[in-house]
Design a binder for this molecule. Structure first.
Ligand code: ATP
Ligand code: ZN
Length: 226
């Protein structure tokens, strides 16, 4: 088990945010001994334990107070916040810093053959996505009656598979969309990685002092890259 006196930080175990999050922790002077298989990694020079999990789990771990800090994409954070609010679960957290990696956008894309003429073209359509709460919020804001179809993977093949008329997925270069005969039409959310902290104010003084020492170092590392 982790020692509750040590600061617990959740990071993505393996994926697009992992390397940059670990590089940032190392750049601010935290020595880490990460073994690939293990859920937990201990710092050898600071009272810090890393919890290495799927990114989907990170917002909940922070909002439930299981970990003190988390590195997470704003897209996943906002989606989970909306999901938890809808379920009446606690959804509080504090964003300590917006970071300089993990940039992407959540966009609606349609097959080339789709005669798209503004968001109203989506009325009555099915849109496949991993982010149904963000998408439904967009539909609501736009006053469109359309259906978000939840898929946890292979969203970009949904139109070809006859599962949906359009998709709403994360894009960085657009190459995946292009390869699947899709055209990006609307950006509904712009995202970067953020460092978040649990909001319940139950951090003890030592942990808070450690956070207060680490966050300015993050600023220093980001400024040095500019
Ligand atoms: P996990 O196995 O942890 O659930 P995942 O497949 O959900 O991983 P990744 O593809 O590793 O997630 O993406 C993690 C985060 O990286 C995204 O939620 C997003 O914030 C960010 N990201 C940056 N660029 C992209 C991109 N082009 N496509 C997808 N995600 C991106
Ligand atoms: Zn995920």
């Amino acid at each position: 088990m982790t020692d509750s006196k040590r600061l617990r930080i959740a990071i993505q175990k393996s994926g697009r945010l992992s390397d940059d999050s670990i590089a940032l922790l190392k750049a601010i002077g935290i020595k880490l001994n990460i073994r690939d298989r293990l859920l937990i990694a201990h710092s050898t020079n600071e009272a810090i334990d890393l919890l290495r999990v799927r990114d989907d789990d990170i917002p909940g771990l922070v909002m439930d107070g299981v970990v003190d800090l988390g590195f997470i994409g704003e897209n996943e954070l906002e989606e989970k916040m909306l999901e938890r609010q809808a379920a009446g679960k606690p959804a509080e957290f504090e964003v300590l810093r917006r970071l300089d990696y993990g940039g992407c956008r959540l966009s609606i894309a349609v097959p080339k053959e789709f005669s798209y003429d503004g968001a109203a073209s989506l009325a009555g359509k099915k849109v496949a996505t991993t982010y149904p709460y963000l998408l439904e919020r967009y539909f609501k804001e736009q006053g469109i009656k359309a259906k978000a179809v939840m898929l946890t993977g292979s969203v970009e093949v949904a139109p070809r598979a006859g599962v949906a008329d359009a998709i709403c997925d994360l894009v960085s270069t657009g190459a995946t969309l292009e390869a699947n005969g899709l055209v990006e039409e609307e950006t509904i959310f712009r995202s970067k990685a953020v460092l978040i902290q649990r909001a319940d104010g139950e951090l003890n003084d030592e942990k808070q002092a450690l956070i207060n020492r680490l966050v300015p170092r993050i600023d220093g590392v980001m400024q040095a890259k500019e």
